[in-house]
Design a protein around this ligand. Structure first.
Ligand code: ADP
Ligand code: MG
Length: 201
């Protein structure tokens, strides 16, 4: 999990300018900067955490994101990681069912905090279809890699879908219909987080 979190931070850092550019088209152009700042702060804490259970690692990640990132994505992702951490509390291994439960809790946290649903041009538009694909794959007996591959594909489709809809939550909602045609930055960073998970399991 430490390696996965470090790889996530590296990917976010690599895509920082692109995420910021996407945010700039529809809002205030800080999503990449926000995410990179938060995940760099997470990385700074990870080495001191070797040997800790998965739940503790994710809870620390969440609390760090909430406390270091301004803007909406920090508290939203932070809550997601904290909720996933609660589900995986005390665990040193994570199987397919654990992943489904953790992702369900993470999405629940984002919805509790942000009061959004799918179709509003947010991170939920990649996360929710990914979760649905993961859950049905696991229920059909697929292994983690197979189910997560489908989840990432569903997230990619979700990111494309955000181009077709107007933002009704967050800063991008201020420009209303003019947000149509642009890709949501939060949906894009959520895709990266899932991609990194898939690449590192
Ligand atoms: P801010 O909007 O405060 O500048 P960021 O730019 O870091 O924060 O994050 C913007 C992203 O946050 C959006 O692209 C969207 O995916 C996500 N977002 C905004 N509001 C919500 C919400 N209420 N629920 C879920 N996600 C949201
Ligand atoms: Mg922003």
């Amino acid at each position: 999990m430490i390696d996965i979190l470090k790889a996530t931070a590296a990917k976010i850092d690599e895509e920082k300018d692109y995420l910021t550019e996407l945010d700039n088209e529809i809002a205030d152009g800080d999503h990449g900067v926000n995410m990179a700042k938060g995940f760099n702060a997470v990385v700074a804490k990870l080495d001191a955490m070797s040997g800790k259970d998965i739940g503790s690692l994710l809870k620390t990640t969440g609390m760090t994101l909430v406390s270091t990132v301004g803007g909406s994505a920090g508290p939203l992702y932070g809550t997601a990681y904290m909720k996933a951490g609660s589900v995986l509390s005390g665990k040193n291994e994570m199987d397919e069912k654990d992943l489904v439960a953790a992702m369900e809790a993470a999405i629940g946290g984002i919805q509790m905090r942000g009061k959004a649903t799918t179709g509003e041009k947010t991170m939920l538009d990649s996360l929710c279809p990914a979760y649905d694909a993961l859950k049905s794959g696991v229920e059909a007996g697929e292994d983690m890699k197979t189910a997560l591959t489908k989840a990432v594909e569903a997230a990619e489709t979700g990111v494309e879908y955000t181009k077709t809809i107007k933002a009704t939550k967050g800063r991008a909602s201020y420009i209303g219909d003019r947000s149509i045609g642009h890709q949501d930055p939060g949906a894009t960073s959520a895709l990266y987080i899932l991609q990194v998970l898939l690449d590192n399991i």
